[in-house]
Design a protein around this ligand. Structure first.
Ligand code: SAM
Length: 279
């Protein structure tokens, strides 16, 4: 299963990296809130899990400065190659990279001041294992922060895409939105907080953050998802090319409702979970 996830993100790696400016703008405020909750100081050591193409890695590396150190890990070797390149281009020299599954124990135990994960934890089939691994990687008193998608009702673009894509695959009605490893796996009320508490963390908070995705039109959003939205791409992958094109056309049509004369704005709700490894 993790091999399939890694291969799927390998395929979406170039797209996610190419869309870094759009992702950066979309998640600017949520990322700032994540950094604030991590309570980063200059010189801090940070583990950035499911780092993707390194957009938040760059912010973290800048926040901890040249005396700090970031270890960026991801299950997809290809996306991590893009992260390495993007961080190099940004002129940052305080980041190391390692291919790793966030659900597996980290080699460097009890050694990070903060463990961060932006839009990766919900993709783990076993989030409890991921939270336990992060707990062990933190020094006592260290901070854990993760951003995940909130409730489907508050993420109508993703919910719509999933619904239309599943309909085209003939899968409608057969799955709860909260399925393990899915985009909404941690969206159910209280789920993220319970998992953090069960993993032994203290000072657990979960806050809702609005992260509207603003683009010129629905077509631009569909272009983004087609090239980088691995979970939706993978639902449609088994279809033949004409059937897949028909599905993307229906998705775009359904997303037109978020357009207005001033542009396109897709609502998104993220949950920011924050916690401390007790001293
Ligand atoms: C939506 S992208 C987010 C990337 C980056 N954190 C960002 O916000 O731009 C999800 C990332 O999670 C990674 N991922 C998925 N499952 C993972 C796992 N079990 N362990 C580590 N990384 C994983 C994917 O390879 C992908 O890079």
């Amino acid at each position: 299963m993790t091999d399939a996830v890694a291969s799927a993100w390998d395929r979406a790696a170039e797209g996610w990296s190419r869309n870094t400016p759009a992702v950066h703008a979309w998640l600017r405020q949520a990322t700032a809130a994540m950094l604030a909750q991590a309570r980063l100081q200059a010189g801090a050591r940070v583990l950035d899990l499911a780092a993707g193409a390194g957009d938040q890695t760059r912010d973290i590396a800048q926040a901890v400065g040249p005396t700090g150190a970031v270890l960026a890990t991801d299950i997809s070797p290809k996306i991590l190659d893009f992260a390495r390149r993007n961080i190099e281009e940004a002129g940052l020299t305080n980041v190391r990279f390692a291919v790793a599954d966030a659900q597996q124990p980290v080699h460097e135990q009890a050694s990070f001041d903060a463990v961060m994960c932006r839009l990766g934890l919900m993709l783990c089939m076993n989030p409890a294992a991921a939270l336990a691994a992060a707990f062990d990687a933190l020094r006592p008193g260290g901070r854990y922060v993760a951003l995940v998608f909130g409730d489907p009702a508050n993420n109508p673009c993703i919910a719509t895409m999933m619904k239309v894509a599943r309909k085209h695959r003939g899968l409608e009605g057969s799955n709860s939105p909260y399925v393990d490893g899915g985009l909404f796996s941690l969206a159910a009320p209280g789920r993220l907080a319970s998992l953090l508490i069960e993993a032994g963390y203290a000072e657990v908070t979960v806050e809702s953050i609005a992260a509207p995705f603003e683009l010129p039109d629905a077509a631009a959003y569909v272009d983004f998802v087609r090239s980088s939205g691995s979970p939706i791409i993978e639902i449609l992958a088994p279809l033949d090319a004409p059937a897949r094109e028909a599905a993307w056309r229906d998705i775009e049509e359904a997303l037109q409702r978020f357009g207005s004369p001033s542009g396109w704005c897709g609502p998104n709700e993220l949950l920011l979970g924050s916690a401390t490894r007790p001293a």
